[in-house]
Design a protein around this ligand. Sequence first.
Ligand code: URA
Length: 236
Amino acid sequence: MRLDKYISKALGLTRKEAKETIRRGEVQVNGEVVRKADFKVPEGAKVLVNGTLVEKRGHIYVMLNKPKGYLSTTERDKDYPSFLDLIPEYEHLKPFAAGRLDVDAEGFLLITTDGELAHRLTHPKWKVPKTYEVELEKPLSEEDIKKLQNREVVIEGKPVAVEKVELKEPNRVFLTISEGRFHIVKRLFKELGNKVVNLKRVAIGPIRLDSSLQEGEYRELTEEEIKKLKEAVNLL
Ligand code: URA
């Protein structure tokens, strides 16, 4: 890999910033200062920037149990912090969330630098199911459940792509949908004359939120989980 690419990946710099860092003589490869951006970094080389060893790494895939009150966007808002504030050690890599989660919703936020995977997980073409635990203001009737299962709830002229409905308590349900329109779960229940009072995403495609993660906690996905996600959207 070229040295400028290596540095930009490792430190989350733009290619231009990486080139400038190299030009300033701040980068050493195997003990020698290298000032050429197109220098080919040998496999296993020790690369230091300002005397600190940097590691080339590929994309990151982080599962965060987002608490309510955090935005799933990377821009800071005057009212709410971003999820980035919960994962400060990754911020320099410029990750983003694969799929929104409302500020008043909680649960599985998948954070990655892998644009292609994020795109496919959220694009309607790939129909990746997401499961939500939904608490409602009022109990769901048998008729509501049938309507959901039969995809009879229509929003903006299009039936909501409900895959599965599992009633846990009269007003608590696990709902799996394979689409991601804006506020779709809240709008779906509003159509049924009900109201979502708590919304938690518990699964994205084949990956479930790790139940050992407390609110605000996170971990990297395992190799196996990354593989399953990629397989779900034909990236492997
Ligand atoms: N549906 C919603 O209404 N909100 C979310 O955050 C996700 C799905």
